[in-house]
Structure formats: C-alpha cells, structure tokens
Design a protein around this ligand. Structure first.
Ligand code: ASP
Ligand code: MG
Length: 445
C-alpha cells in the first residue's frame, strides 16, 4: 500500500477548526486506501511564544533546556490532531520523536537527523492507523530531546517520507506554493508549477523564506519530490523535484532579495599567500557567518578583500576585524546599508546574456551595483538597501517572470545561439571582472 506523508505548518494548525480541517485531509487520503503519516508543527506562533517565555527567564538559556521547552509545542499538536481523527472515526496514534526513534546528533537547537527507526510507524500503519508524528524534534543516542532548527518540521517530513519510501510528500502551508518572487514585494509574481532542488536551495539561501534548506537538501539526497501547497484550498501548489533537462529552457526561474546585509572591506591588505586564510580563519573561529567574499588585487601588491555579513553580526565582526586590521596594518571599512538582489535558474548554464539583462535593468533605473557574485545557477548584485524592493520588481520584469511572462522561455527547437552545456558563460566572465585591469575572484561561502 502506498504511503502518503503530509505536513501541516504552524498556521495550518493554528486553532481547533484548522486542526479539524487538516485532520479531514488525512481522513480523505486514508479513505482512498493510502497509509497516511501526518507531521505537524506547533500551533500558530506557539514556538515564538515559548522562545519569548524563555527570554523572560534568561537572556542565555542553556540550549539543552531550550530544546526541552520548544519540543513541547509539537507535542500539543500531535495529540490534538490524533483526537480530531479519532473523533472523525479514523484510528490514529501520535508519536513524539523519541517514541518513533528519530535519532539526531547532540547539537542542541540545530540537531541533524542520524537515523530513523520506522518499525513503530510501520506497525501502526499496518494496523490501519493514521500516524501523527511530531515535527521539528529528535532525540539523541542518550535520550536527550533535541530540535532541528526553526522551521525544522519540514526536515522531519522529508526524512520520514524518505525513510518510509512515501509516494507523495505534501507540505501544507499558508501560501499557494513557490513564487517567482515574494508576492508581498512583487505583486505580479507568479506561482511556479515546479522548481528543481538546486534552484530552491539557491532561492532560499538568497532570501526566499519558504522551506528549511536542510529539508530541501534531504529531499535532493533521497530524491523525494515535495509538493508545497496551501492548506486553505485544493489547488495544486509547486512541486520541488529533481532537475530535468527541459528545465534549462527557462533562463531564470525566480528572483530573491536579502533585504539587509552589511559589508566589511579590508583595503591595502598584503597580497601574499596565507592572508585570506588568516582573515577567514579568524571569522570562523569567532563563529561569524560570512556570505559572499570578493577579493581584488592590482599591481601595487596590495589586495582588497570584502565580504558580507548579517547586520546583526556586524558589531561582533567589527571588534574582530578591527584587531585584524591593526595586526596586518591595513584599512577597514564597515557599511550597513546594503541589500542583495538575485536571480536563479538552471537555464543560466546554457543561456548567455543573463548578466547583461540584469545589469541593464538596474542601470536603466539608476541603481548602482556595489558587488557582483555568481554561481553556476545564480547571479547576485549588492545594491543600496533603499532600492531593494524596486530592484526586485525591475529584475522580475526584465526576465518576464510575472503573469503572462516567460518570453525568456526558449522553445525546444530554437537551439541556435545556445551555448553547449558546461561551457563558461560569457556574461559570467564579464560579471566577475569589474575592471579589465583587475584580477577578480568571487566566491560563495
Ligand atoms: N515549530 C517550529 C518553528 O516554529 C518548527 C516548525 O514550525 O517547522 O520553528
Ligand atoms: Mg512554526
């Protein structure tokens, strides 16, 4: 019998009525003859409320106790959900992570799943029960409760779907699917029918907050297609799937904005081996997460190294970098007025002119590009924060991403002018060199 795994996020189980509505979906799938596993998040904003409660006790809660606390949110929902199903005449049983055996490492508040023992779930399913599993939580080998990081119920969903070899993995949420851009920023954004794992990973690390990245990584590793859809209607959402060749016909799939970024620039840094290693070793040992790194060198034998960090990390980073600056006898500059607009698409591997089109759109509106970074399937520009929303709309329009758009879709037959796969992109090379005299290296960390 086929297994269906479905997950309901916090807003989709926000009150008793919503829990009943979610239960009805599980009942319907069960009546159709499927074995059903339901993963749930904590109700509404209850995880946030638990965090706030802890903050009232201490600004520095021990992480183990934080996990102990936060895991209670999901335990409330699983029991209520099981009750709702029983009330509808369908046998159900709820399990915490400890009861199922979702074993994680012991990195509290962001634990990783090591293995899942699905025997208990299988038994319950074989006995005709709907299984309700607590999302977001795990248990260490020694029995301590862990959590998988905020938004981690998605990780539970995908992990269970993979372990049970589920036929369908449905992620019910409060949005209709994955959009070409955040519809709150770009009203003409369009829902995508499908998107590849890699595009989804890029989009979410570039600012689109839809799915926990680890959930997508897991789905990619085990090739579990995820259907992201609304719990409020029956419309098809977006399938996150393995890449297929025809996906490359679409140049750009979506745009994303990281609306707040800070930049640290080190100037007149000695240009010799080991310097960059020293700078980023220092950042790493101080646990400062570095985003894009750009280094340029010129004939003077001195280099400029700049990198972006979350604005919240800037004060800490600044203290560390000030010391580095004094040690190395260079100059340091700190800025906190930036945003990053990006476009993502697997089609960039084979189509040229992406960089040009994006830069032109920004230039026409007088938006200055402060830095450019690229990967095989993304192109990002650092710009002034005040122009972030405008830049998103411009870029979205430039690639015809909105309703009725897709002029950038190249018909299968129109191969002329296309580059061979894996050949370097001309636009890309141009992007990396701001001035022809400079060697420029950009790298995503
Ligand atoms: N309840 C947890 C959170 O709010 C996990 C989740 O919703 O996925 O982050
Ligand atoms: Mg939540």
């Amino acid at each position: 019998m086929s297994v269906i795994a479905m997950k309901f996020g916090g807003t989709s189980v926000g009150d008793a009525e919503k829990i009943r509505a979610a239960a009805r979906r599980a009942v319907n799938a069960h009546k159709k003859g499927h074995q059903v596993v339901v993963v749930v998040s904590a109700m509404g904003k209850s995880t946030d409320q638990l965090v706030a409660l802890a903050e009232q006790i201490t600004p520095n809660p021990p992480k183990r106790e934080m996990d102990q606390l936060l895991a209670t949110g999901e335990q409330v929902t699983i029991s209520l959900m099981a009750m709702a199903l029983e009330e509808m005449g369908v046998e159900a049983i709820s399990f915490t992570a400890g009861q199922i055996g979702i074993v994680t490492d012991d990195v509290h508040t962001k634990a990783r799943i090591k293995r899942i023992d699905v025997r208990r779930i299988r038994d319950a399913l074989e006995n005709g029960r709907v299984v309700i599993a607590a999302g977001f939580q795990g248990v260490t080998e020694s029995g301590a409760i862990t959590t998988l990081g905020r938004g981690g119920s998605n990780v539970t969903l995908v992990a269970l779907a993979a372990a049970l070899n589920a036929e369908v993995c449905e992620n019910y949420t409060d949005v209709d699917g994955i959009y070409t851009a955040d519809p709150r920023l770009v009203p003409t954004a369009r829902k995508l029918d499908r998107i590849s794992y890699d595009e989804m990973l890029e989009l979410s690390s570039l600012g689109a907050s839809v799915l926990h990245n680890r959930a997508v990584e897991f789905a990619k590793k085990y090739n579990v297609p995820i259907h992201v859809r609304s719990s409020l209607n029956n419309r098809k959402g977006t399938m996150i799937v393995a890449e297929t060749e025809d996906m490359e016909r679409i140049v750009v799939s979506g745009a994303a904005l990281k609306d707040r970024l800070a930049r640290i620039t080190l100037r007149e840094v000695p240009d010799r081996p080991g310097v960059a290693a020293k700078v980023f070793h220092t950042m790493a040992t101080n646990r400062i997460v570095v985003d894009d790194i750009i280094q340029t060198t010129d004939e003077s034998g001195r280099a400029t190294v700049s990198f972006t960090v979350e604005p919240g990390d800037l004060p800490e980073a600044r203290a560390v970098v000030d010391k580095l600056r004094d040690d190395m006898g260079c100059k340091a500059l700190y800025e906190d007025h930036l945003a990053k607009v990006s476009v993502v698409g697997v089609g960039m591997r084979v189509h040229t002119g992406v960089a040009e089109r994006m830069f032109e759109a920004l230039a026409a509106a007088g938006i200055n590009i402060e830095n450019i970074t690229t990967s095989e399937i993304k192109l990002s520009c650092l710009i002034d924060r005040d122009q972030g929303a405008k830049a998103m709309q411009l870029v979205h329009d430039a690639f015809d991403l909105g309703e009725g758009g897709r002029k950038t879709r190249v018909p299968k037959s129109a191969k002329a002018g296309r580059k061979k796969k894996s050949s370097p992109k001309a636009g890309r090379a141009k992007a990396a060199k701001k001035s022809p005299k400079r060697k420029s290296k950009s790298k995503k960390k």
